[in-house]
Write a protein that binds this ligand. Structure first.
Ligand code: THU
Length: 130
């Protein structure tokens, strides 16, 4: 896994974050199975609850391009410890089976499996046991 490339793209995309309310900028770079990379930054809104996280923006960009199979995602922010994706983003990343997640700040990287970040994400849902 070439994390360096993904991390670099995530930092670059972070610069486009629309975060006038929190002033907290996040970037994400999502590697698809076909080798393409889709990026995202957080997009906030005056109606706070409408805010879109960087991870979900990246997923949306990929899906809109017809891409739904992924290998990994890198998420970056200028934080004291590597950023932690919110629960909603974990669920969305799990929906598309993104297997590996790298969380980074300026100096540190932490790698997780999706299963570690959200165990049993969809187990049992819509599974009609007889
Ligand atoms: N945010 C993300 O974009 N990704 C994360 O993993 C955590 C939080 C955004 C949402 C909001 O715009 C700002 O960071 C503060 O929560």
């Amino acid at each position: 896994m070439n994390w360096d490339h993904l991390v670099e793209l995530a930092w670059k995309t972070r610069l486009n974050a629309h975060a006038p309310y929190s002033r907290f900028q996040v970037g994400a770079a999502l590697l698809a199975s076909d080798g393409r990379v889709f990026t995202g930054c957080n997009v906030e809104n005056l109606s706070y609850g409408l805010t879109m996280c960087a991870e979900r923006v990246a997923i949306g960009a990929a899906v809109a391009a017809g891409v739904t199979r992924f290998e990994a995602v890198a998420v970056v922010a200028d934080t004291g410890v590597p950023i932690s994706p919110c629960g909603a983003c974990r669920q969305v990343l799990a929906e598309f089976g993104v297997p590996r997640v790298l969380l980074a700040n300026r100096t540190e990287r932490m790698e997780f499996t999706m299963e570690a970040l959200l165990p049993r994400a969809s187990a049992g849902i819509l599974d009609r046991a007889l």
